[in-house]
Design a binder for this molecule. Structure first.
Ligand code: GLU
Length: 453
């Protein structure tokens, strides 16, 4: 069987780094296993789902290096969900309920007050046709619940019923179906909640492995029961820990700043975002990997830890810097030329060690082309004047800096920082930066003379 996975976001907002984790896990799993990756938009909530969000998710995935084999939309498949719902109704496994949300809440409070778990008592399943007709006449509309198989024939006598699976991330897992309420599959307005469409899609699309966040573990118990009720084989499941910031805060609150779009706009490299999203909360060290191939080699669902996956957003910057310091010219050539940066591979190799972001190269290119506001401390005025007089004749090459500073050293007796720093400041306007020996030929003779007062 071909390995088939899916990433199934609801297009009700932009995706953030936390959502990129299941996207990347599925993508890496598919690549590792030679399988297929489906991007499935869970857009049954027509009011909140927006085309604009679906498009931005596609753009963000592409930027991260994820190229879906197929794109599906649940909104286009409602007829299939209707067929599955009918099948369950015909089998007596989907029943109408007429309680309002308020009535349900009151019932749950009563159960809690009595120290009982707030599990739905299947009141709707007891009702006969007359009672149902009376509710309909009142103008009530039914929502529909699936009868969990947690009984021996009498659904009002439930018994412990363990659904078990070997989770790809968490090992052996068990959910007791008697501890859960019969799930609502269809809302009173006739629309589907996520549970049933997801199963029908997974069956129809041949999904072999469902990899998603650990917030879905209880759902999995329910969904396995529904897969079986529909006579389908059950896929393998893997539930990974969820990314949170260091203080344990979920990412939804920080969505704006940590959205994939804003990280891209900040100039971060997709591979530093992907490396952090995948390696945090695993037994592997978090390090910036240069390409998907090397991330695939590191990736293993059994390395995902059981505790939470905490990260400090500041970590992204340092990971990015480490990645940029090693980026080959070919990886940045197009972007550099778009920014108007010249100097070819030689210039990039000189400056990349001073860049946290590729875009930082622009400020360093401006050091070459000018204008530069050079700085001269009062006590260095005379020294800088001497420097102008001692600049070696002829073309500026990689040898010039050495020859120039030794001549200055003999003439002035200065050495170390006192010798180099005034020159760096007056020529670049900065206290730190790339190697002056290498920068000097790019700055060129005329600029050097112009910048020395
Ligand atoms: N739309 C669901 C979510 O975003 C998908 C869960 C799943 O992968 O089954 O939580």
């Amino acid at each position: 069987m071909t390995v088939t996975v899916r990433f199934a976001p609801s297009p009700t907002g932009h995706i953030h780094i936390g959502n990129s984790r299941p996207a990347l896990f599925n993508w890496l799993f598919a690549r590792k296993e030679g399988g297929r990756f489906i991007l499935r938009f869970d857009d049954t909530d027509l009011e909140r789902s927006k085309q604009e969000y679906a498009e931005s998710i596609e753009t963000d995935l592409h930027w991260l290096g994820i190229e879906p084999d197929v794109i599906e939309r649940q909104s286009a498949r409602v007829a299939r969900y209707d067929e599955a719902a009918q099948k369950l109704k015909d089998a007596g496994l989907l029943y109408p309920c007429y309680e309002t949300p308020d009535e349900l809440e009151r019932r749950r409070s009563r159960q809690r007050a009595l120290g009982r778990p707030p599990v739905y008592d299947r009141a709707g399943l007891k009702q006969g046709d007359d009672e149902r007709a009376a509710f309909e006449n009142e103008g009530r509309k039914a929502h529909w619940r699936f009868v969990l198989p947690n009984h021996d024939g009498d659904p009002f006598e439930t018994r412990r019923t363990d659904v078990s699976w070997t989770d790809l991330c968490r090992g052996d897992q068990t959910v007791d179906l008697a501890s859960l309420s019969d799930p609502v599959l269809i809302r009173a307005d006739g629309t589907y909640l996520y549970t049933l469409p997801s199963i029908v899609d997974d069956i129809d699309m041949g999904v072999s492995h469902v990899i998603r966040g650990e917030d879905h573990v209880a759902n999995t118990g329910v969904q396995i029961a529904i897969f079986e009720a529909l006579g389908a084989s059950v896929p393998a499941f893997g539930h990974h820990n969820l990314l949170t910031t260091s203080d344990g805060e979920g990412l939804s609150k920080r969505k704006g700043a940590l959205s994939i779009g804003s990280l891209r706009d900040e100039g971060l490299e997709p591979m530093s975002v992907a490396s952090l999203a995948v390696l945090t909360g695993t037994s592997q060290a978090v390090e910036p990997l240069p390409n998907m191939g090397s991330l695939i080699a590191k990736f293993d669902l059994t390395n995902v830890s059981r505790s939470s996956a905490k990260f400090d957003p500041e970590e992204l910057k340092s990971l990015n810097a480490r990645l940029v310091h090693e980026l080959p010219f070919a990886a940045v050539e197009a972007r550099l030329s778009q920014m108007g940066i010249g100097g070819g591979a030689e210039f990039w190799e000189i400056v990349r060690g001073n860049c946290e972001l590729v875009t930082d190269a622009l400020a360093l290119w401006k050091v070459v082309t000018g204008p530069v506001e050079g700085r001269v401390e009062e006590e260095d005025r005379e020294f800088v004047a001497q420097a102008k007089a001692l600049l070696p004749e002829g073309e500026v090459t990689e040898e010039t800096w050495g020859a120039w500073t030794s001549a200055l050293k003999s003439e002035t007796g200065r050495k170390g920082r006192g010798l180099f720093m005034p020159l760096r400041r007056v020529l670049t306007g900065m206290d730190h930066g790339p190697d002056m020996k290498a920068m000097l030929p790019f700055i060129g003779r005329q600029n050097i003379l112009d910048r020395l007062p």
